[in-house]
Design a protein around this ligand. Structure first.
Ligand SMILES: [Zn+2]
Ligand SMILES: [Zn+2]
Length: 199
């Protein structure tokens, strides 16, 4: 029987007509997309975890907040919550592929944190994974550290190159030009050589 993909408004194959028509609980596009998210989620969990461990600077800080005893900022609690939720869902999914997960019937799951029972079928878990990925993505994107890089931008000559930690792309904040790490390395080596030559 053909039905609408249960992702509803968030269906990857959404048309003006609504979610995709499919013979399965979730359409093919959604299954593929959520599988990618599921595969990435452990890395996101790790990133959030080390961010928490590093005790990220609360928002609006960076100036003089040393000595202010306020480690429990809302931001931190939000991260802790998200980390728990991700490990909870990953445990429930238990390594099952999304294509199989969506056929799982309604089961009762006990929450590790808080002990409440959750009644959920496989589609519910799959959509939960998708939502958690979105939250993790937003969180990590929000808190990604930016580091200035030395040297002038080859396009605009301004000393405004930088990169997000862990990102492979160097971006100029003046003209928006970008280059790979390798190109940047080559550029700085060349500049160093040029300088030596001048002496
Ligand atoms: Zn769909
Ligand atoms: Zn530039």
């Amino acid at each position: 029987m053909n039905e609408r993909c249960r992702a509803g408004e968030s269906c990857r194959a959404l048309t003006s007509d609504g979610a995709a028509i499919t013979t399965r609980p979730l359409c093919h596009s959604c299954v593929d997309d959520i599988q990618v998210r599921l595969d990435q989620l452990p890395a996101y969990w790790q990133a959030l975890h080390s961010a928490k461990a590093k005790s990220l600077v609360p928002q609006g800080a960076g100036t003089k907040v040393q000595g202010s005893a306020d480690p429990g900022t809302p931001l931190q609690l939000h991260v802790v919550d998200l980390i728990d939720e991700i490990s909870q869902f990953l445990a429930w999914v238990d390594g099952v592929r999304v294509a199989d997960l969506i056929n799982r019937p309604l089961l009762s799951y006990e929450r590790r944190y808080g002990g409440r029972i959750l009644e959920a079928d496989g589609v519910y878990l799959a959509l939960g994974i998708s939502r958690l990925w979105g939250r993790a993505e937003a969180q990590i994107g929000l808190q990604r550290e930016y580091a200035r890089r030395f040297g002038e931008c080859p396009s605009c000559d301004q000393p405004s190159l930088g990169a997000y930690i862990g990102d492979d792309t160097i971006v100029c904040s003046t003209c928006g030009d970008s280059m790979s790490w390798l190109e940047y390395r080559k550029l700085t080596l060349k500049r160093a050589r040029d300088k030596k030559g001048k002496r």
